[in-house]
Design a binder for this molecule. Structure first.
Ligand code: FNR
Length: 373
């Protein structure tokens, strides 16, 4: 039976030959010092590249202060641009497209990651519940962040612009703005983390302003048809969550639609933000179904999809493409396996974050018991 996931799709200025997208996945395996992509990362992405497929590379800090976890590969230094260039070259040789996810963690950081040991920054001085990963991979309670001034907000937007220029120089076909999972952009969006009384806080219009200014700045570098935005309207990751997200996110999505961006990427409520656990929230609407009428271009949905539910969502028109996270970690050849309805390797959560080749580049391809090349 024909699978809708294997019908072609135009995305911005590109043509995809199938609709199985690799979701952005932090793996904390950049080369040190300097958080530089290296040969192991090249191999991992090459393994997952398919002709006409789309990879969204892991969240990459846009500046030193945007970082919140060790060994996350950045996109602000010349060495990182060089390291990423080897990744994009390898993926392009395999015929795939690769976008980079631009990431600023805001308060979900720790002073040990910050330049000069400064406090992490955020829209308001409200500490997240829970604990941070320190620079030495230990856990420590989140600190109360420094409130960004309006001038500093302009500086952060400049960092997004510079990061987009670097991504372009590194050969990325486009960029995705990480507006999900409790990080800086979502901290601006949601009232629990944004108590500002200036132009960036208070009303929904004001809370959405930072997202739209970032999107505008990045679109000026890449052209809007090579930029996507990821949002998690019903997410609760990293101490996030808006009581009535429909109105806030509906407004944000309308604003993004006016910018004519290539795609919107929504995380479904049934997935925990970063996939650490299977969460089955009952009685919550599907984010893609709910916001589909508000978004006129390509909609990518993610979160606990199986091949069957992904085909069903595309068939019903709820989403145009489906991003897979954990299944792409454990199945380098995921599109081929789905096409053949073949069994899937299961993933090992213990090797999601940090380490080397184990649980990263050693998952076997179909019909082989050894790691993919
Ligand atoms: C993630 N996720 C994630 N999301 C994101 O926007 N940027 C990121 O860098 C990461 N990093 C990350 C690391 C790991 C190890 C996991 C498991 C998840 C979330 C991911 O993209 C996806 O939305 C979820 O995993 C849900 O999709 P699946 O795994 O159910 O297909």
């Amino acid at each position: 039976m024909a699978q809708p996931l294997f019908s072609p799709l135009s995305l911005g200025r590109y043509d995809l030959s199938h609709r199985i997208v690799m979701a952005p996945l932090t793996r904390m395996r950049a080369g040190e010092p300097g958080d530089v992509p290296h040969a192991l990362n090249v191999k991992y992405y090459r393994q997952r590249a398919t002709p006409g497929g789309l990879i969204i590379a892991e969240g990459s800090p846009i500046s030193p202060s945007a970082k919140g976890m060790p060994a996350t590969p950045g996109i602000y230094s010349p060495e990182q641009v060089q390291g990423w260039t080897a990744v994009t070259d390898a993926v392009h040789q395999a015929g795939a497209l690769i976008f980079l996810q631009l990431w600023h963690v805001g308060r979900i950081s720790h002073s040990s990651h910050q330049p000069h040991g400064a406090l992490p920054v955020a829209p308001s001085a409200i500490a997240a519940a829970g604990s941070a990963y320190t620079a030495t991979f230990e856990r420590a309670p989140y600190e109360t962040p420094h409130t960004l001034t309006v001038a500093e907000i302009a500086g952060v937007i400049d960092s997004y612009r510079a990061a987009a220029r670097n991504a372009l120089a590194a050969g990325f076909d486009g960029v995705e703005i990480h507006g999900a999972n409790g990080y800086l952009i979502e901290q601006f969006l949601q009232s629990r983390t944004n108590t500002r009384t200036d132009a960036y806080g208070g009303s929904i219009e004001n809370r959405v302003r930072f997202l739209l200014e970032v999107a505008q700045a990045v679109a000026e570098v890449y052209g809007p048809d090579r930029v996507g935005v990821r949002l998690s309207p019903f997410g609760v990751a990293n101490d996030s969550g808006e009581a009535e997200p429909e109105h806030l996110y509906g407004f944000a999505i309308q604003g993004l639609a006016k910018l004519k961006l290539a795609y919107l990427h929504l995380i479904e409520p049934r997935a925990s933000g970063a996939g650490q656990a299977d969460v089955d929230h009952k009685n919550v609407p599907s984010a893609s179904e709910l916001f589909r009428p508000t978004w006129p271009r390509v909609l990518i949905a993610a979160g606990n999809y199986t091949p069957a539910s992904a085909n069903a969502a595309v068939s019903a028109g709820h989403a145009d493409a489906i991003a897979f996270g954990r299944l792409f970690i454990s199945n380098p050849d995921l599109p081929e396996r789905i096409r053949k309805d073949a069994p899937l390797n299961s993933y090992n959560r213990a090797t999601f974050y940090g380490g080397g080749a184990e649980g990263y580049t050693d998952y076997p391809r179909l019909g082989s018991s050894i790691a993919a090349e």
